[in-house]
Design a protein around this ligand. Structure first.
Ligand SMILES: Nc1ncnc2c1ncn2[C@@H]1O[C@H](COP(=O)(O)OP(=O)(O)OP(=O)(O)O)[C@@H](O)[C@H]1O
Ligand SMILES: [Mg+2]
Length: 325
């Protein structure tokens, strides 16, 4: 079997919560036993409501948080063992597109300087080569025709243009994976599709794998091959996008889809399509299945006490739900 690009095994990222710096209140289990793989060139969406641990997962995969447990293998090598040059190489191979493009760009550098910096750090010595690669990257993200863009500072750009610069920066180092954490949620609705189309096109053209993190299940059909549904620090369902949307197996996924189908319904709260009830605290997650307090299909005596493992009701379609036992 071909080696996946990324293999995540039982990953945990917990944050210690302290009062006055020393009184330990417990730990926030932001990522709590997540396993999945991502193939070369594959696009997978991670969907879940606010606070379920999506960004913590992204930042752990980027090497920004040290995991509390489990393992991340990238191209067969353990992230925990990467040091020095190997870590630098990993950072070039994994691009990051975050939610807030303005916050991601240094405010006192113009676009040329912003894009030149990673090339300098990663040892592209020739100025001519650097400028050629910057021109190519800007071309690729649709900013090539505007020559003056290179001398522009982030605050002079629109949100969509800023996100294009962020994507150009990720592309410059020829990544094998791009982690895009809610890449359009802070942009105007009018440019969201453009930016998602751009990510999709660079991903397809270069065979880059994409981990597309979103709270919006409505966008996944066009931009992902596979979907993983995250709830309270765990993946509760994983399948191909068709299988997941056509025959959801976890009541949480069903609730997300129902909220999506009826955006005016009371349970589609705000713009974020979420089911009724509150997401649980990750400091004290409910015992058994973490979704059981909100689940309309609880099996009494089971769901409140027993943690469901992954069941596979269809090939390559997994759901952590006792209904699928
Ligand atoms: N650096 C940190 N220190 C302590 N707790 C944190 C830290 N980062 C995240 N958390 C907590 O971990 C939990 C998951 O947060 P995270 O930001 O990963 O969720 P999310 O799914 O990305 O949410 P959103 O959709 O709002 O971006 C939250 O309870 C959050 O308060
Ligand atoms: Mg987040």
């Amino acid at each position: 079997m071909r080696q996946p690009l990324l293999a995540v095994k039982d990953l945990q990222t917990h944050f210690e919560l302290r009062q006055w710096g020393f009184l330990r209140l417990g730990s926030v289990r932001a990522v709590d036993g997540v396993s999945f793989t991502l193939d070369v060139g594959e696009s997978a969406a991670v969907v879940g409501e606010s606070g379920c641990g999506k960004s913590s997962l992204a930042r752990t995969l980027l090497g920004l948080y040290r995991p509390t447990g489990g393992e991340v293998l990238f191209e067969g090598r353990s992230l925990a063992l990467l040091k020095g040059a190997a870590m630098k190489d990993y950072r070039a191979r994994v691009g990051y597109v975050q939610q807030d493009p303005y916050g991601a760009l240094p405010p006192f550098m113009n676009v040329r300087r912003i894009l030149e910096e990673p090339l300098i750090i990663h040892g592209v010595r020739s100025r001519v080569d650097r400028h050629r690669r910057i021109d190519e990257a800007l071309e690729e993200v649709g900013l090539g025709s505007a020559a003056e863009i290179r001398d522009t500072f982030p605050h002079q750009l629109s949100g969509g243009q800023q996100q294009r610069v962020v994507i150009a920066r990720a592309l410059l180092l020829r990544p094998h994976l791009i982690i895009a954490d809610e890449p359009v949620s802070m942009l105007d609705a009018s440019v969201r599709v453009e930016i998602l189309d751009l990510l999709h096109s660079v991903q397809t053209v270069h065979g880059i794998a994409l981990l597309y993190i979103t709270h919006d299940l409505s966008t996944v059909r066009h931009y992902a091959h596979r979907v993983m549904v995250m709830y309270a620090g765990r993946m509760v369902e994983q399948a191909s996008v068709e299988s997941l949307l056509d025959r959801p197996q976890h009541p949480y996924t069903e609730a997300l889809l129902a909220a999506l189908a009826d955006p005016d319904a009371e349970n589609a709260r705000h713009e974020r399509h979420v089911p009724v009830g509150e997401a649980p605290s990750l400091l004290n997650p409910p015992p058994g299945c973490r979704f059981h307090p909100r689940c309309p299909q609880v099996i009494a005596g089971t769901c409140e006490t027993r943690d469901p493992p992954d069941f596979e009701p269809f090939p390559d379609h997994r759901a952590a739900c006792w209904l699928r036992e």
